[in-house]
Design a binder for this molecule. Structure first.
Ligand code: DNO
Length: 355
């Protein structure tokens, strides 16, 4: 298992590579070319420059999160083949630069959704939270704006202003796309890119939808065990794999996460591990990583990863904002560093016990 931290690049992230390097057990980062927009080809020069920056900081790039998939691919718009061609070119260039892990999502219009990016907890820390009753009151046309206001001045991943500025057109693009169509479009995309993934040994890791139900009437398909297995079977190539995000899956407490992990042996290429505190149906907040702070049994989760012989890349996921840090919501240094070391502690104990 390779522990990593997500890093948003120089000038975008308040966290420095030097700080990440000082977290015990973290030798690599997960990052992206943040100056590109979905659909644009990633150049070898761009990738190499990013690799150099990270290497100069004493770290390695373990994988990309994300090479975003253009909405025309998701909705089967008229330019989908062009955008798939561009995606393939980006993958080829990543392969040429020796990058072999790509995280992406297939959620229409919005990436992850939250109703509050700084919910205050009793201890004064703030966390990302979701309350369906609040979301029901939001006009999706204004969602990007309200998310932007809560983002401490950072551009949140998946909420890029250029895309969000075209929200009405984006919704229109999906008016005939239901879950079945979205699934077909995903399979079409994966089948088209698999030869390139085979050639360059690139693991594609689809992120779980967050939350795992339809938001604003848009389809959502990567939501539970059977749905994920259906995708694994539709494109049986092992390069078609998953970013197993425990927080996203936990939005529905019916998801038995250790069991889902076990069912995906060999197909989990990347793990996002965090805890959530579940208050009621459709109401949850992102707690600290520890089992005692949320609703998930993190020991059982890490044990399931160990049981399937998981040796891929893992990262702590969203952290709380603590110790007066000002950072991108969910992506401060302190709580993610605590999370990484908690997970590494669990892992060491599990490994030693298994011997
Ligand atoms: C949220 C992240 C997601 C994730 C994308 C993958 O913080 O987990 O934005 O990166 O869904 O494409």
């Amino acid at each position: 298992m390779k522990m990593s931290l997500r890093w948003y690049g120089e000038g975008n992230d308040s966290v420095t590579l030097k700080q990440i390097r000082q977290i015990p057990g973290v030798k690599g980062v997960i990052t992206s070319l943040y100056n590109t927009t979905p659909g644009e080809v990633w150049t070898v020069e761009g990738i190499k420059a990013m690799q150099k920056t990270v290497a100069d900081g004493g770290l390695e790039i373990y994988g990309i999160e994300s090479v975003n998939v253009h909405d025309e691919i998701k909705s089967a718009g008229k330019n989908r083949d062009l955008y798939i061609k561009n995606y393939i070119e980006s993958l080829e260039n990543l392969g040429k630069c020796d990058v072999h892990l790509v995280c992406y999502n297939f959620m229409p219009v919005f990436d992850w959704t939250r109703s509050n990016l700084a919910k205050e907890r009793a201890d004064g820390s703030t966390v990302l939270a979701y309350d369906q009753r609040e979301v029901d009151k939001i006009d999706p046309n204004n969602l990007a704006e309200s998310i932007d206001k809560m983002s401490n001045g950072f551009i949140l991943p998946g909420w890029e202003p250029e895309r969000m500025g075209k929200i009405k057109e984006l919704f229109d693009e999906y008016k005939d796309v239901n879950n079945e169509r979205l699934f077909e479009n995903l399979v079409y995309f994966l089948k088209a890119i698999m030869p390139t993934c085979d050639k360059y040994n690139i693991d594609m890791a689809i992120h779980i939808d967050d939350p795992v139900w339809s938001v604003f009437g848009l389809p959502r398909i990567i939501t539970h065990k059977e749905a994920i297995l259906k995708l694994m079977e539709a494109v049986p190539n092992t390069h078609n794999g998953v970013t197993l995000c425990t927080g996203s899956l936990s939005s529905n407490p019916k998801n038995d996460i250790p069991e889902i992990i076990r069912s995906l042996k060999g197909r989990i290429h990347f793990a996002h591990v965090r805890n959530t505190f579940h208050e009621a149906e459709g109401v949850f907040e992102e707690s600290a990583h520890l089992s005692c702070d949320g609703s998930l049994d993190m020991y059982a989760i890490m044990k399931a990863f160990h049981e399937i012989g998981f040796n891929g890349v893992i990262r702590p996921d969203h952290g709380r904002m603590i110790w007066d840090e000002v950072a991108m919501p969910g992506y401060g240094l302190y709580d993610r560093a605590l999370g990484a070391n908690y997970l590494l502690g669990l892992w060491e104990a599990i490994e030693k016990q298994a011997k």
